[in-house]
Ligand binder design. Sequence first.
Ligand code: ZN
Length: 190
Amino acid sequence: MILEIVQYGHPALRQPGRRVEAVNDEIRQLAADMIETMHQAEGIGLAAPQVGRALQLFVLDLSAVKDRPSTLEINGQPTDPASVMPLVLVNPEITLLGPPAAGAEGCLSFPEVYGEIVRPEGVEVKALNPQGEPVAFRCGGLLSRAVQHEYDHLRGVLFIDRMTDHVRQQLQPELDRLMAETRARLGRAR
Ligand code: ZN
C-alpha cells in the first residue's frame, strides 16, 4: 500500500520516533508499505516519521544508484551493498566513523530541494532486521550518508538542520514556499 509522505512543515517530521517494542506482522507490513512508497517516489530512503508514524524504523534501497559508490562490511567482510537491498532497520544505533565528507542530499519530504551536507564518511550500525534479529555492519559512501540521514529523521532532525547557513540561505525561498504549502494543506484538512 502506498502511504502518504508528509512534507516539510508537517509536525510529524519533528516528532522523535519511539523504540519498536515488538517486531511483529504490523511492523513488517509497515516496512513493506514504506518500501513500496519509497520506490514509487523514486527515493533511496524513507523513515517512519515521514509517513506519520513516530517509530524508530527506516528503509533504504540504493540499488538503482549507479553513480555514487557505497561500501559495506559485515563481520569485517566486504559485501556487495546491492545484496542487502532493500534494507529495513528497526531501532538502529549508529557510531560515526572517519573524517567529514561533503555530498549532495535530497529528501522525500522536501521535493526538489537539494543541498550539500557534510557528514562523517563512515558509520557503524546496530539494529534489528524485520525478523527481529540483531544485525550489525559498517558502511561508507552513499550508504553511510543515507543511514545518517534516515537516522536523523528518527530523532526529528532534518537535513536542512545540517546544512551550512550559506547553503540553507540559498534554499530559504523554496523552504518557505514548501512550509506555506504544507501549512495550507493542514489548515484545509482541519
Ligand atoms: Zn529525508
